[in-house]
Design a protein around this ligand. Structure first.
Ligand code: A2P
Length: 276
């Protein structure tokens, strides 16, 4: 155990202090931003020794119990960033997010030391067009990837797709897209390459419907002005709920794309968006 302890929002009056376990980094929250009553992002300091590949996830917890609850969170910030960013759902009564949603600047976040994950460029064969297909907080690993210069070196076109229930939930990815295209150095790399295609399912929206339905109707391709998925040029990453992954994977496989992994790169990869 480390010598020091930390107070953090526990949702209860008079937060209790617990020792920080040895095998984790204890980082400080630098920014918290609530988008809706279901979604928020937070940023933390980054340990100097922490290395990860854009698209990977880490286990996050709070020092609010002797044995803290950890949940997998995709790192939403790019590998070059001095800070770490995470995008989270708020699950009422969730063992971690019930407390995590109350963190404030200056609070301590625990992070296990080893990042991992399949949504990495190395798990895909070279291609021309990269689809990043997400629902809800599944956009987080892609927030990292679209801020990574390597993506623009490897692909001619990068299409960030996100479906959410409500229009307000699309704000995080919209801002991200604007930040990238207006960024002094990423903007130049992403110019003419990065595209955002978002849709809402439970509110009126110009592109209403689930990503799966937009693929089935062909509206996705018509709107983007691109041919349907083609395994010779198109690559994809999927991140969403178990059901969304299964349904989206089915569509890609129908077009002849094949699931890959770190040790067996292919034309698409998947990862579950984590909640809790
Ligand atoms: P819907 O509103 O029709 O359920 P959630 O917030 O529940 O994770 O959902 C995020 C978005 O993912 C919602 O727009 C939801 O649509 C959509 N979604 C849920 N299940 C699937 C699925 N199996 N395939 C594609 N999209 C899905």
């Amino acid at each position: 155990m480390n010598a020091y302890t930390s107070n953090v929002a526990t949702g209860a009056e008079g937060a209790q202090a617990f020792p920080i376990p040895d095998n984790v980094y204890a980082e400080t929250v630098t920014e918290v931003r609530h988008y809706t009553d279901r979604l928020f992002r937070f940023r933390t300091t980054r340990p100097a020794s922490f290395r990860f590949r854009s698209g990977e996830f880490v286990m996050i917890g709070l020092p609010n119990a002797e044995r803290p609850v950890f949940r997998a969170y995709s790192v939403a910030s790019p590998a070059w960033d001095d800070e770490l960013e995470f995008f989270s759902i708020k699950v009422p009564g969730g063992p971690l997010t019930e407390y995590l949603q109350k963190v404030k600047v200056g609070d301590t976040i625990l992070m296990r030391k080893k990042p991992t994950g399949t949504l990495v460029i190395d798990a895909l064969l070279p291609g021309k067009r990269l689809y990043l297909l997400s629902t809800g907080t599944g956009v987080a690993p892609f927030a990292s990837l679209i801020r990574d210069p390597e993506v623009y070196e490897k692909f001619e076109e990068v299409i960030l797709v996100q479906t959410c229930r409500e229009v307000a939930e699309l704000a995080y990815a919209r801002e991200l897209y604007d930040d990238v295209v207006n960024h002094e150095f990423l903007g130049e790399l992403a110019a003419g390459k990065l595209r955002l295609y978002d849709s809402a399912t439970r509110e009126p929206h110009p592109r209403q419907g689930r990503i799966t339905d937009l693929i089935d109707s062909g509206k996705l391709f018509v709107d983007l002005g691109v041919p349907p998925f083609d395994p010779s040029v198109d690559r994809a990453m999927i991140c969403g709920s178990m059901a969304m992954i299964k349904d989206t994977k089915d569509r890609l496989e129908r077009f002849g794309l094949v699931e890959g992994a770190n040790n067996a790169p292919n034309t698409f990869v998947v990862e579950r968006a984590f909640v809790g």
